[in-house]
Design a protein around this ligand. Structure first.
Ligand code: HEC
Ligand code: HEC
Length: 261
């Protein structure tokens, strides 16, 4: 009798913690499921909301940044830099300092991510290239040195004034530079041409790099992501990039040189 009573007492504590564990595990799974469903609803809302409105919605914006940051680090940071300051070896722009080639409007940023730049995709951004001006004989290497002197003067660098005047004539004449980079040399968002007045450069603003660019041309490429990432992922990355971009006023000239590879 006492023996069976003892067995009873010994056995009893067994099932209770197990039941508790089952209840706890169920609560955790219900919580995880609810969280997962909430995240999927936010994904859904993110892609269904008009981009500039979604960007102004604090909840959607936070969700996009949370999702976009790790995706950016995984797929994009190798070329764009973990801190989005770009890479001069590849010619990636410093979007952290707001030096966008195609503008920071979410629709434009998304378009670039979907189809890329000179990626080979039929919808890629590919209106112009930087021509190999000297190699193709459009200008001479002496002209290249002069036009570089002109660009240096636009960037506020001291230089040879006679060369600056000759370089300006090349810019608006033989080189046809103004046609793609604008008469004020600030670049054209529709073509994705960079500004040439500094302080931010794709490939570099020192004389040697500028001469190299004008002599041999440039053809920066960004892959198309349309077949790799889902629409909500692309929107999330776009919002993440935009959120990391600070207005030019807050940017410190020349600081991006610290991020050279
Ligand atoms: C293999 C290198 C490489 C990878 C990987 C890459 N990019 Fe790019 N990306 C570039 C280069 C180079 C440019 C500048 C192209 C040019 O010269 O016009 C660029 C430009 C861009 C631009 C245009 C920015 C502007 O100034 O308007 C966006 C947006 C962009 N990339 C997004 C992405 C995203 C998002 C990913 C990841 C999903 C990604 N890129 C991955 C190389 C890369
Ligand atoms: C047909 C259009 C076109 C013409 C003409 C043109 N450019 Fe460009 N240029 C571009 C494009 C596009 C890029 C960006 C290339 C890239 O993203 O890889 C560029 C890039 C550059 C860069 C690189 C800037 C940086 O941030 O590193 C310099 C410098 C430059 N151009 C100077 C000139 C000069 C000087 C001339 C005239 C002699 C000229 N370009 C004529 C289209 C043009």
């Amino acid at each position: 009798m006492s023996n069976s009573g003892q067995r009873h007492r010994i056995r009893r504590p067994g099932p209770r913690p197990r039941a508790l564990a089952i209840v706890a595990a169920s609560l955790v799974s219900i919580g995880a499921l609810a969280w997962w469903r909430h995240e999927r609803q936010l994904d859904d809302l993110l892609v269904r909301t008009e981009p500039s409105r979604a960007l102004r919605d604090p909840g959607l914006r936070q969700h996009a940044i949370r999702v976009g940051r790790p995706l950016f680090q995984k797929h994009c940071s190798a070329c764009h830099g973990v801190d989005l300051h770009g890479n001069r070896r590849l010619g990636t722009p410093d979007v952290a300092r707001n030096a966008w080639l195609y503008g920071s409007d979410p629709v434009d940023v998304e378009h670039t991510i979907y189809y890329g730049i000179r990626s080979g995709h039929p919808k890629a951004r590919n209106l112009t290239d930087m021509p190999a001006m000297v190699r193709t004989g459009q200008i001479t290497s002496a002209d290249a040195i002069d036009v570089v002197e002109y660009m240096q003067s636009l960037a506020g660098q001291p230089g040879d004034q006679a060369a600056v005047i000759r370089g300006r004539a090349i810019y608006f004449g033989q080189g046809n530079c103004f046609d793609c980079h604008a008469t004020d040399a600030k670049g054209v968002v529709d073509y994705g041409t960079p500004g040439l007045t500094g302080p931010f450069y794709l490939y570099g603003g020192d004389r040697a790099t500028l001469v190299d660019t004008v002599t041999n041309g440039r053809h920066g490429t960004c892959p198309a992501w349309v077949d790799v990432l889902a629409p909500e992922q692309i929107r999330a990355i776009a919002f993440y990039m935009i959120s990391r971009s600070v207005p030019p006023a807050a940017a410190e000239p020349g600081e991006n040189s610290a991020h050279d590879p």
